[in-house]
Design a protein around this ligand. Structure first.
Ligand code: VGL
Ligand code: ZN
Length: 203
Protein backbone atom coordinates (compact mmCIF):
# COMPACT_ATOMS: atom_id res chain seq x y z
CA UNK A 1 0.00 0.00 0.00
CA UNK A 2 1.28 3.42 -1.03
CA UNK A 3 0.31 6.67 0.69
CA UNK A 4 0.74 10.20 -0.64
CA UNK A 5 2.26 12.70 1.79
CA UNK A 6 1.56 16.39 1.13
CA UNK A 7 4.19 18.48 2.88
CA UNK A 8 3.29 22.01 4.04
CA UNK A 9 1.26 23.21 1.03
CA UNK A 10 0.27 26.34 2.95
CA UNK A 11 -0.33 29.99 2.09
CA UNK A 12 2.82 31.30 3.78
CA UNK A 13 4.97 29.12 1.48
CA UNK A 14 3.31 30.39 -1.71
CA UNK A 15 4.39 33.51 -3.64
CA UNK A 16 3.21 36.51 -1.59
CA UNK A 17 3.41 34.52 1.66
CA UNK A 18 5.62 35.24 4.67
CA UNK A 19 8.18 32.57 3.70
CA UNK A 20 7.49 32.36 -0.01
CA UNK A 21 8.92 29.46 -1.96
CA UNK A 22 9.59 30.55 -5.55
CA UNK A 23 7.04 28.90 -7.89
CA UNK A 24 5.46 27.19 -4.88
CA UNK A 25 2.02 27.70 -6.43
CA UNK A 26 3.02 25.79 -9.56
CA UNK A 27 2.88 22.45 -7.75
CA UNK A 28 -0.82 22.75 -6.88
CA UNK A 29 -2.36 21.58 -10.19
CA UNK A 30 0.15 18.72 -10.30
CA UNK A 31 -0.69 17.67 -6.74
CA UNK A 32 -4.44 17.90 -7.44
CA UNK A 33 -4.02 15.66 -10.48
CA UNK A 34 -2.19 13.07 -8.35
CA UNK A 35 -4.79 12.89 -5.55
CA UNK A 36 -7.24 10.49 -7.27
CA UNK A 37 -4.45 7.95 -7.74
CA UNK A 38 -4.00 7.33 -4.00
CA UNK A 39 -6.14 5.46 -1.52
CA UNK A 40 -4.54 7.12 1.46
CA UNK A 41 -3.45 10.76 1.64
CA UNK A 42 -1.96 12.62 4.58
CA UNK A 43 -0.89 16.25 4.87
CA UNK A 44 1.61 17.87 7.17
CA UNK A 45 0.87 21.40 8.38
CA UNK A 46 3.55 23.73 9.74
CA UNK A 47 1.69 25.00 12.82
CA UNK A 48 3.71 27.31 15.03
CA UNK A 49 2.73 29.16 18.20
CA UNK A 50 3.48 32.94 17.95
CA UNK A 51 6.43 32.55 20.33
CA UNK A 52 8.16 29.89 18.24
CA UNK A 53 11.96 29.79 18.61
CA UNK A 54 12.46 29.50 14.82
CA UNK A 55 11.18 33.06 14.31
CA UNK A 56 13.90 35.73 14.07
CA UNK A 57 11.40 38.13 15.66
CA UNK A 58 11.65 36.13 18.90
CA UNK A 59 15.44 36.71 19.09
CA UNK A 60 16.19 40.39 19.74
CA UNK A 61 18.92 41.67 17.42
CA UNK A 62 18.60 38.72 14.99
CA UNK A 63 17.39 38.83 11.42
CA UNK A 64 15.62 36.27 9.25
CA UNK A 65 17.90 33.72 7.56
CA UNK A 66 20.68 34.06 10.17
CA UNK A 67 21.89 30.83 11.77
CA UNK A 68 21.93 30.34 15.53
CA UNK A 69 22.52 27.51 17.96
CA UNK A 70 19.22 26.49 19.54
CA UNK A 71 19.68 24.10 22.47
CA UNK A 72 22.59 22.46 20.70
CA UNK A 73 20.98 22.28 17.25
CA UNK A 74 21.78 24.59 14.33
CA UNK A 75 18.71 26.68 13.56
CA UNK A 76 18.00 28.95 10.62
CA UNK A 77 15.91 31.89 11.79
CA UNK A 78 12.80 32.44 9.69
CA UNK A 79 10.32 35.23 9.19
CA UNK A 80 7.19 34.71 11.28
CA UNK A 81 5.22 32.11 9.32
CA UNK A 82 2.47 29.52 9.65
CA UNK A 83 1.25 30.83 13.00
CA UNK A 84 -1.56 28.66 14.36
CA UNK A 85 -5.05 29.84 13.38
CA UNK A 86 -3.84 32.51 10.94
CA UNK A 87 -4.50 32.68 7.20
CA UNK A 88 -0.86 32.00 6.40
CA UNK A 89 -1.09 28.59 8.04
CA UNK A 90 -4.11 27.52 5.96
CA UNK A 91 -3.69 25.05 3.14
CA UNK A 92 -3.43 26.66 -0.28
CA UNK A 93 -6.95 27.56 -1.42
CA UNK A 94 -6.42 25.79 -4.75
CA UNK A 95 -5.47 22.51 -3.10
CA UNK A 96 -8.25 19.93 -3.07
CA UNK A 97 -8.07 18.98 0.62
CA UNK A 98 -11.31 16.96 0.54
CA UNK A 99 -9.32 13.84 -0.22
CA UNK A 100 -6.87 14.30 2.68
CA UNK A 101 -7.49 11.56 5.25
CA UNK A 102 -5.50 13.03 8.09
CA UNK A 103 -3.53 16.20 8.89
CA UNK A 104 -0.38 16.06 11.03
CA UNK A 105 0.54 19.42 12.58
CA UNK A 106 4.22 20.01 13.32
CA UNK A 107 6.39 22.70 14.86
CA UNK A 108 3.92 23.17 17.69
CA UNK A 109 6.54 23.02 20.47
CA UNK A 110 7.78 26.62 20.87
CA UNK A 111 11.31 25.48 21.78
CA UNK A 112 12.18 23.29 18.80
CA UNK A 113 11.65 23.35 15.04
CA UNK A 114 10.24 20.44 13.07
CA UNK A 115 11.09 20.27 9.39
CA UNK A 116 10.20 16.62 9.06
CA UNK A 117 6.59 15.54 9.21
CA UNK A 118 7.64 12.55 11.34
CA UNK A 119 9.89 13.96 14.09
CA UNK A 120 11.10 17.29 15.45
CA UNK A 121 14.63 18.38 14.46
CA UNK A 122 16.10 16.78 17.58
CA UNK A 123 14.26 13.49 16.94
CA UNK A 124 12.83 13.81 20.45
CA UNK A 125 9.12 13.65 19.69
CA UNK A 126 7.18 11.78 17.00
CA UNK A 127 4.20 13.42 15.28
CA UNK A 128 2.54 10.00 15.04
CA UNK A 129 2.66 10.01 11.24
CA UNK A 130 4.87 6.92 10.81
CA UNK A 131 2.83 4.91 13.32
CA UNK A 132 -0.43 5.99 11.69
CA UNK A 133 0.76 4.87 8.25
CA UNK A 134 2.16 1.57 9.54
CA UNK A 135 -1.12 0.76 11.31
CA UNK A 136 -2.79 1.08 7.90
CA UNK A 137 -0.40 -1.26 6.13
CA UNK A 138 1.52 1.43 4.27
CA UNK A 139 4.92 0.28 3.00
CA UNK A 140 5.57 2.97 0.37
CA UNK A 141 5.12 6.71 0.44
CA UNK A 142 5.17 9.29 -2.34
CA UNK A 143 6.18 12.76 -1.16
CA UNK A 144 5.21 16.14 -2.66
CA UNK A 145 5.15 19.71 -1.34
CA UNK A 146 7.20 22.58 0.03
CA UNK A 147 10.02 23.13 0.50
CA UNK A 148 12.29 20.60 -1.22
CA UNK A 149 15.40 21.77 0.69
CA UNK A 150 13.75 21.78 4.15
CA UNK A 151 10.53 20.08 5.12
CA UNK A 152 10.23 17.83 2.07
CA UNK A 153 13.83 16.64 2.43
CA UNK A 154 13.64 15.88 6.13
CA UNK A 155 10.27 14.17 5.76
CA UNK A 156 11.65 11.90 3.03
CA UNK A 157 14.86 11.14 4.96
CA UNK A 158 12.99 10.30 8.17
CA UNK A 159 10.56 8.11 6.25
CA UNK A 160 13.46 6.10 4.77
CA UNK A 161 14.94 5.76 8.24
CA UNK A 162 11.57 4.51 9.50
CA UNK A 163 11.64 1.73 6.93
CA UNK A 164 9.29 3.08 4.24
CA UNK A 165 10.10 2.90 0.54
CA UNK A 166 10.09 6.56 -0.43
CA UNK A 167 9.49 8.20 -3.80
CA UNK A 168 9.92 11.94 -4.19
CA UNK A 169 7.84 13.45 -7.00
CA UNK A 170 10.30 16.10 -8.11
CA UNK A 171 8.02 18.29 -10.24
CA UNK A 172 5.45 18.40 -7.42
CA UNK A 173 7.99 20.06 -5.08
CA UNK A 174 9.82 23.40 -5.02
CA UNK A 175 12.73 24.63 -2.87
CA UNK A 176 13.51 27.85 -1.00
CA UNK A 177 17.11 27.98 -2.36
CA UNK A 178 18.59 30.35 0.22
CA UNK A 179 21.86 29.31 -1.45
CA UNK A 180 21.78 28.64 -5.19
CA UNK A 181 21.05 24.98 -5.92
CA UNK A 182 20.11 23.99 -2.37
CA UNK A 183 17.32 22.08 -4.10
CA UNK A 184 19.75 20.14 -6.31
CA UNK A 185 21.82 19.29 -3.26
CA UNK A 186 18.75 18.20 -1.33
CA UNK A 187 17.74 15.87 -4.19
CA UNK A 188 21.25 14.36 -4.23
CA UNK A 189 21.18 13.87 -0.47
CA UNK A 190 17.82 12.14 -0.68
CA UNK A 191 19.00 9.87 -3.53
CA UNK A 192 22.08 8.96 -1.47
CA UNK A 193 19.79 7.95 1.39
CA UNK A 194 17.73 5.68 -0.86
CA UNK A 195 14.87 7.96 -1.89
CA UNK A 196 13.75 7.34 -5.45
CA UNK A 197 13.34 10.70 -7.24
CA UNK A 198 10.65 10.45 -9.92
CA UNK A 199 8.35 12.73 -11.91
CA UNK A 200 4.57 12.96 -11.70
CA UNK A 201 4.20 11.46 -15.18
CA UNK A 202 5.55 8.14 -13.95
CA UNK A 203 3.37 7.81 -10.84
C1 VGL B 1 9.64 25.05 6.23
C2 VGL B 1 11.21 26.54 6.97
C3 VGL B 1 10.50 26.72 8.13
C4 VGL B 1 9.18 24.12 5.13
C5 VGL B 1 8.92 25.22 7.38
O1 VGL B 1 7.97 23.79 5.08
O2 VGL B 1 10.02 23.71 4.31
N1 VGL B 1 10.79 25.70 6.02
N2 VGL B 1 9.36 26.07 8.33
ZN1 ZN C 1 8.17 26.52 10.02
Amino acid sequence: MTALVLVDIQNDFLPGGALAVPEGDQIIPIVNSLLPRFELIVATQDWHPPGHASFAANHPGRKPYEQIDLDGLPQTLWPVHCVQNTGGALFAPGLDTRRVDRVFPKGTDPRIDSYSGLFDNGHRQSTGLAEWLRERGVSDIDVVGLATDYCVKFTALDAVQEGFRVHLIEDACRGVNLAPDDTGRALDQMRQAGVRVIRSGSV
